[in-house]
Write a protein of this length. Structure first.
Length: 601
RNA sequence: GGGGCCGUAGCUCAAUUGGUUAGAGCAUCGGACUGUCGAUCCGAAGGUUGAGGGUUCGAGUCCCUUCGGCCUCGCCA
């Protein structure tokens, strides 16, 4: 076999007259009868091969039979293309290789779709033939970015004294949080491992073990329904540090993100990354992961609305709800039908029962007035107050939701993002980073009549709120922090509880009994009793990070072998039925086999 | 578990109100061609319209069931 001397994509004018060997796949061929041109593709790019019978007739004969995706090696001389024959679309477009020796290393069936296709091919087919799909340069580029990110991450943490330490994939099931993926044990029949949802407890125990600074690029598993930005199997950049406070963790770890964005995109992230409190984020953006690329902040107008004669508003406020909304600059261009059908249905998906609107227009006297089905319920003074509250101008659109505070925010936050995008209120190529801090430790779960952790149960309260564990748990501020970019959470973490009594108290408030805590976390509580240092950490979602860096909204595009919405791998057909012998060995009995279930249907 | 969109040739898409033999571009196969680069020109082949059932003189089109993909609500401490 001819041994490659250069990659296709790297050849330039400076290689003129050199004899080179390139290997790769036939991207396309143009047979002119006498001259044959082949664009050869490898990981680095394309280069044009020329087959001229006068240079080598044997080669030329073979070249005429080449087909797309055949694998070849070619030896030849690099030469500049003639005047006017350069191809500006190719990085190697200044040169070509006049081939003198050609080896066909493998043939290929005609691929099920074209690698070059400008058209967007059905993803189902792409996933079945993932090895062909990944040959496409934009897919390879994404894999390349992913590789470079992990390399930068490893270098950064190494330079800062972190050790990469692996934690088990076969772990202990903890029923809190997401559903576990379970793995039956053969040696301990009837017992199950769980795949890790995160290495949380192991990394904290590593701190107890004096590893001091740990990181890991680690696969995590959550058996929940996927989304465009969520897979059941995903990768986390997991970090933990000893003898640190929240500021230490944030500054150390925004550093790695800063380096990644600088090196991959040449984007400068402000130092330090600005912070916003959870409360401010919820008040102004309706969500704890605000998209800060544009303003259009939410305003609470309950005080004005409750004085109106609009029953929906007044009764909502009376019942402890709020009337909250936003003012979309230029939003008056939406038609009444856009608002009352499309936008109302949109907020309806998030549980909002209605959407009140006011278009700001000029009347015959030239005064700015709201035009709306509900303005008649407000007197002039109240209308003026509304316009002032929203700083509303002619051509704007005020949209209002009346509901319980959580419900109103839940509808308004996505509405704000949608309008921001539709009205082009931000530059889609911009990145706005923010730390969301000062999260409450708990939120009250009305259904279960108990507290839930906002982050996880190992998050430490701020020092001054420790006393409230006994008296006022609802108002404890935690030492947690989330890194948010453009409305997407890319990481989150906290300073952890290192005192076993405090940890026990938190479990108590979460309504986890002493016995349950012992059963599920006994090993961890025990570790805390043997000199756990103060510690904290963070985890970044690698997949989402790469999505941002490559500008894709589809998480499957940044994972080499992703799964579908039903958790299947279309290439391998996992998950699949297993042999009875395998089940017998595990002492498992399946009530209904896959083929039976499919047979029923 | 709920809601929505989609499924026609290898790929991307057409097909009027239910009406003749389901078309086009690309890919494929054969031929021509010395400078192409989304090559060009000539020709050929390619279809159980995801599957099953129903209505009808007649179904890609309407109805029912079902399979699959995507988006989404719930879910994701």
């Amino acid at each position: 076999m001819l041994k490659r001397t250069h990659h296709c994509g790297e050849l330039r004018l400076e290689h003129d007259t050199q004899t080179v060997v390139v290997s790769g796949w036939v991207n396309s061929y143009r047979d002119h009868g006498n001259l044959v041109f082949v664009d050869l593709r490898d990981r680095n790019g394309l280069v044009q091969l020329v087959f001229d019978p006068e240079a080598d007739s044997e080669c030329h004969k073979t070249a005429r039979n080449l087909r797309c995706e055949w694998v070849i090696a070619a030896k030849g001389i690099v030469r500049p293309r003639g005047e006017g024959l350069e191809n500006p679309k190719l990085a190697t477009g200044q040169i070509e290789i006049l081939v003198t020796e050609l080896q066909v290393l493998n043939t290929s069936k005609t691929p099920p779709f074209e690698i070059d296709a400008a058209e967007q091919v059905n993803e189902e087919l792409r996933l079945q033939y993932r090895y062909i799909d990944l040959r496409r340069m934009d897919m390879l580029d994404k894999l390349s970015v992913r590789h470079r990110v992990t390399k930068i991450v490893r270098d950064y943490y190494d330079e800062n004294g972190f050790w990469e330490i692996e934690t088990p994939m076969l772990g202990k099931s903890t029923p809190e949080g997401a559903r576990d993926f379970l793995v039956p044990s053969r040696l301990c029949q009837g017992a199950f491992y769980a795949l890790p949802q995160s290495p949380q407890l192991f990394k904290q125990i590593l701190m107890v073990a004096n590893t001091d600074k740990y990181f890991q690029i680690v696969r995590c598993f959550r058996d929940e329904d996927p989304r465009a930005d969520r897979q059941a199997e995903f990768t986390q950049i997991d970090v933990e540090m000893s003898f640190v406070d929240a500021d230490d963790v944030m500054s150390m770890n925004e550093g790695v993100i800063r380096r990644v964005f600088k090196e991959i995109l040449d984007v400068d992230i402000p130092n330090p990354v600005p912070r916003i409190s959870y409360q401010q984020a919820v008040d102004e953006y309706g969500i704890d992961r605000p998209d800060m690329r544009f303003e259009m902040k939410l305003k609470d107008i309950s005080d004005i609305a409750k004085e109106s004669t609009f029953k929906v508003f007044t009764s909502t406020v009376e019942k402890g709800g709020i009337v909250k909304g936003l003012c979309a600059p230029g939003g008056a261009k939406y038609s009444r039908s856009d608002i009352e059908k499309t936008l109302t249905a949109f907020v309806g998906e998030y549980g909002a029962k209605g959407l009140a609107w006011m278009k700001i227009e000029k009347n015959e006297q030239g005064h700015v007035v709201p035009k709306s089905s509900i303005s008649k319920f407000f007197n002039d003074e109240q209308l003026a107050q509304l316009l002032e509250r929203f700083d509303a101008n002619e051509g704007d659109l005020i949209l209002l939701v009346a509901d319980k505070p959580d419900a109103a925010n839940k509808a308004l936050a996505p509405l704000r993002v949608r309008l921001g995008r539709e009205l082009e209120l931000f530059d889609p190529n911009e990145f706005k980073f923010v730390w969301v801090v000062d999260f409450p430790l708990f939120e009250w779960n009305e259904d279960q009549k108990r507290y839930d952790s906002l982050h996880h149960p190992f998050t430490c309260p701020v020092e001054e709120d420790m006393g409230k564990l006994e008296t006022d748990p609802a108002n404890i501020c935690s030492q947690a922090y989330d890194m948010v970019v453009n409305g997407s959470e890319i990481g989150g973490g906290s300073v952890r509880i290192h005192n076993p009594q405090v940890q026990a108290k938190v479990f108590d408030l979460l309504n986890i009994s002493k016995k349950q805590a012992e059963d599920r976390f006994g090993f961890f509580l025990k570790a805390l009793e043997y000199g756990a240092p103060p510690h904290g950490g963070i985890a970044f979602g690698l997949d989402r990070l790469v999505m941002l860096l490559t500008g894709t909204e589809n998480i499957r595009d940044v994972i080499a072998f992703p799964k579908t919405q039903r958790g299947q791998c279309l290439m391998t057909n996992a998950p699949s039925d297993v042999d009875q012998a395998q089940l017998d060995e595990l002492n498992l009995r399946v009530q209904k086999h896959l083929h039976q279930i499919e047979g029923d249907a």
